[in-house]
Design a protein around this ligand. Sequence first.
Ligand SMILES: Cc1cc2nc3c(=O)[nH]c(=O)nc-3n(C[C@H](O)[C@H](O)[C@H](O)COP(=O)(O)O)c2cc1C
Length: 179
Amino acid sequence: MTSDASSLATSDTGVLRDQFLSAMSRVPLSVAVVVAGAPDARIALTVGTFISVSADPPMVLVAVKSGSPLYSAVSQHRRFVINVLSCGQVEHSERFSGRPRTGRPYDLAEARWIRAAGETQRFLEGAVAAFDCELVEARSIASHVLLIGRVDEIVAGEDHPLVYCSRAYGTLSPLAGAV
Ligand SMILES: Cc1cc2nc3c(=O)[nH]c(=O)nc-3n(C[C@H](O)[C@H](O)[C@H](O)COP(=O)(O)O)c2cc1C
């Protein structure tokens, strides 16, 4: 049996990590598909770490794994679009997280995009909202990079949002009597 301080510290770290993942799985997330890269070579990735940072000026944040091709595309082109998924878009979440039920993973041609002059595959059709951003800061923290973007353009949709909680997809319904 080993009882030295380093093995105790390692097992404590493992326990805390498991508790952290379990506790975080109970925190509801919005689900977004982030798109970046050259017009003829876009890359897209599902993220649950999208938050608003500021309204004056409008700024947002997402966290992506450091080795992700999406991060390379953002750091090269300095722009990204965050498409917040609606409740009917589970398929997009699965596709752009690399595990689609059918079709090819990460294939942007499998989704429908809003057509704008001179632009391709940036705004996802049917998203709850989409934010076109210029990268203002990329900060490495542990395994991830925090991408902070200043919002230049917004496309607002009307559908209900997709929510990910307890390792399952759902959507929101209002509580009776609550404002
Ligand atoms: C609901 C959901 C939320 C996710 N959120 C993030 C995220 O915020 N940041 C991130 O880097 N990856 C996130 N992922 C994982 C990526 O979409 C993708 O699965 C992962 O980067 C693939 O990594 P791998 O190639 O090492 O398997 C999320 C996946 C899902 C399904």
